[in-house]
Structure formats: structure tokens, C-alpha cells
Ligand binder design. Structure first.
Ligand code: GTP
Ligand code: MG
Length: 331
């Protein structure tokens, strides 16, 4: 059986469980997850290597067992939740969604099955339709769903679109994920191994570290503050025994800065301690973390700054700076 591979983009409304699904399928925490909508701001690839499973086709037929699973590689793409943009940051997030749709082999539309079908779901569905890509519908959070609600919801979706598959899952409890993987593999074309076997993501560690800090900011703050915040890494030095990280948390107003710092620095300290533990878990080494808070008025409306906060842009800038540092090769 030939090797199969492809790009599979996860799309859905904010809070549907896209990042939870990515992490569950890859088996590592690559994307941050919180109860707050619009947690994810960039598309993130998670790479799944699927081993061949079961008997060879002829033997399987003889033994009367189901189809064996071919070997392959799935490049799963997590995306920000689909929403109507009101500022540059939102527009950038939606661009990430549209970029992830381009050239992918399969879409996974994930919906929170505990919520009623509404205007937001129709908006997502319209994007799926326009893309013309084959799509699986994943009805998520069945662990907390009143089961009677599942069939009417499936009917509602099926009336509106022809899905290649409809699969109820719980990304959090990892229910239905084997069936999902098997169906995805069946839907993928023959193809190459796009990434080396030991690579799990396209996102470099230093940016995942920034995300882990932002996750703690999201968890420690309420209302507007989480949305008005972004995290940039200022220093990232990997030593033999210790990794040193310095990062700045940007917010939009002095009041937000005061909230982020807290009484006698208590909130910032809480964010720092929790983030450091998470980063140590990721890097498997001791971490020295320094955090700063700065105000950058109205940054979410600044296209340039929003662009700067994007890790792909930062990576490009870093490699350009490095090229400048290196002397021209003598000819
Ligand atoms: N009960 C239950 N909760 C879930 C499940 N999957 C995700 N959640 C919860 O739903 C919330 C949102 O999960 P995320 O994975 O961050 O959702 P998302 O779609 O990535 O959200 P955005 O990045 O904001 O678009 C979190 O509190 C998760 O723990 C599930 O299968 N069951
Ligand atoms: Mg997410």
C-alpha cells in the first residue's frame, strides 16, 4: 500500500476545540487552549506520522477483518476561529484562516455540538463551500452533549452541505479520534513525507514559548485585557543547563498595564511562575524567565505592528539580520 500524505486544515468558530484537537492528534501541546474565544491567532502545523496498521489487504480479506490502515503523514493545520474582523489583528487572523484553506487536501470543519446552529456557523459553512474543498464535519464536545441533540444537528448540517464524512468526537476526552484518523488517511492522496519523522510542528520553540506566556496572560486576566495583549520574545538563549528568556507583554492602555502587573507585581509574578513551569515542561530544561509590560496604544489597529507580532515575519526578520551580520563571501 502506497504512502499517503496531505495537508488537512481545521476550521471552525472560536472556542469550537480546534487547538484541543490538534494537540490531541499530535500528542503534544503545540497550540495554547483556553476557555476564551479567539485564543489562537496564527495557523500552526502539527505533523502526524501514521504507521501501517493491520494485515496486508489479501490476508485481511481472508481473515474477514476490516481494511488495514496505510502508512502516511498528515500535516494538520490549526487556525484562528472564524469571526468578523473589527481591527487589523482580526483581519490578520482571518488571513491566516484563508491561507490555511489554500492548497489543502481536506478540511475538518469542527463545531461545538452543545451550541445551536447559528449565524456564525453559517458564516463558517459559507467559507467551506466557497473553498470547494472536500470537508469532514466534526461535532465536538460529545462528552458533555445531551445525546438527543446530536441527530437533529447532523440533519441540520447535512441539509446545508454535502460533507464527505460526519464524525462526532470529543477532542478533550480523545473520543472518536481513531475513527477520524482512519477516515482522514482514506481521504488523502498518495504523496511524499513532507517533514522528517521527528518533526512535530513548523512553529519554532521560541514562538511556542511566547504563546505559553500569552496563555497565562489569557488565564490570569478578564474582559478586554486578554484581547489587547500580545507577547514578543526579546531574548532567547539556550545554555547547557539553563535557557534564558526575556519577553515583553504589550497592552494598549496604562490601565491594562496596571492590571497585568497587579498589586505589588503579584499578577505578573503569577503569570511568570506559571509560564516558566509550562516552558520548562516544553524544553525539558531549567528556565530563567524575565517579563516586562509595555503600553503600545492601539496596536491592534496598527497593520505594521500586528505584522511584526507574527512569528513568520519575525523569523524572516531574524534571518535577514543574520545575513547582514555575516560578511560577504570573498569571490
Ligand atoms: N467538554 C469539552 N470541552 C472541550 C472539548 N474540546 C475543547 N474543549 C474546551 O473548549 C474550549 C476551547 O478550546 P480550544 O481548543 O481553545 O478551541 P479553539 O477552537 O482552538 O478556539 P480559538 O483558538 O479561540 O478559535 C477550552 O476550554 C477546551 O478545554 C471537548 O471535546 N469537550
Ligand atoms: Mg485555538
Amino acid at each position: 500500500m502506497a504512502f499517503r500524505s496531505g495537508f488537512v486544515s481545521i476550521i471552525g468558530r472560536p472556542n469550537a476545540g480546534k487547538s484541543t484537537l490538534l494537540n490531541a492528534l499530535v500528542g503534544e501541546k503545540l497550540a495554547i487552549v483556553t476557555r476564551k474565544p479567539q485564543t489562537t491567532r496564527n495557523r500552526i502545523q502539527g505533523i502526524i506520522n501514521v504507521e501501517r496498521k493491520g494485515k496486508k489487504p489479501a490476508q485481511a480479506k481472508e481473515a474477514g477483518v476490516g481494511h488495514p490502515r496505510p502508512a502516511g503523514q498528515i500535516v494538520l493545520v490549526d487556525t484562528p476561529g472564524v469571526h468578523k474582523p473589527i481591527n487589523s489583528l482580526n483581519r490578520r487572523m482571518m488571513k491566516e484562516v484563508y491561507d490555511a484553506l489554500e492548497g489543502c487536501d481536506l478540511l475538518l470543519l469542527i463545531a461545538d455540538a452543545t451550541a445551536r446552529f447559528g449565524a456564525g456557523d453559517k458564516f463558517v459553512l459559507d467559507i467551506v463551500k466557497k473553498s470547494g474543498q472536500p470537508c469532514f464535519l466534526l461535532l465536538n464536545k460529545i462528552d458533555v452533549l445531551d445525546k438527543q441533540r446530536l441527530l437533529p444537528l447532523i440533519a441540520e448540517y447535512k441539509e446545508r452541505h454535502e460533507f464527505a464524512e460526519v464524525i462526532p468526537i470529543s477532542a478533550m476526552k480523545r473520543e472518536g479520534l481513531d475513527a477520524l484518523l482512519a477516515s482522514v488517511m482514506k481521504a488523502l492522496p498518495e504523496g511524499p513525507r513532507y517533514f522528517p519523522k521527528d518533526q512535530l510542528t513548523d512553529q519554532p520553540e521560541r514562538f511556542l514559548v511566547a504563546e505559553l506566556i500569552r496563555e497565562q496572560v489569557l488565564l490570569a486576566t478578564e474582559q478586554e485585557v486578554p484581547y489587547a495583549t500580545t507577547v514578543l520574545i526579546d531574548q532567547y538563549e539556550e545554555g547547557a543547563r539553563l535557557t534564558r528568556v526575556a519577553a515583553t507583554i504589550y497592552c494598549e492602555r496604562e490601565g491594562q498595564k496596571a492590571i497585568l502587573i497587579g498589586k505589588q507585581g503579584s499578577t505578573l509574578k503569577k503569570i511568570g511562575t506559571a509560564a516558566r513551569l509550562q516552558i520548562q515542561g516544553l524544553l525539558n530544561t531549567k528556565v530563567f524567565l524575565e517579563l516586562f509590560v509595555k503600553v503600545r496604544a492601539g496596536w491592534r489597529d496598527s497593520r505594521d505592528f500586528v505584522q511584526e507580532t507574527d512569528w513568520r515575519t519575525q523569523l524572516q526578520n531574524m534571518s535577514m539580520a543574520k545575513q547582514k551580520e555575516e560578511p560577504e563571501p570573498e569571490s
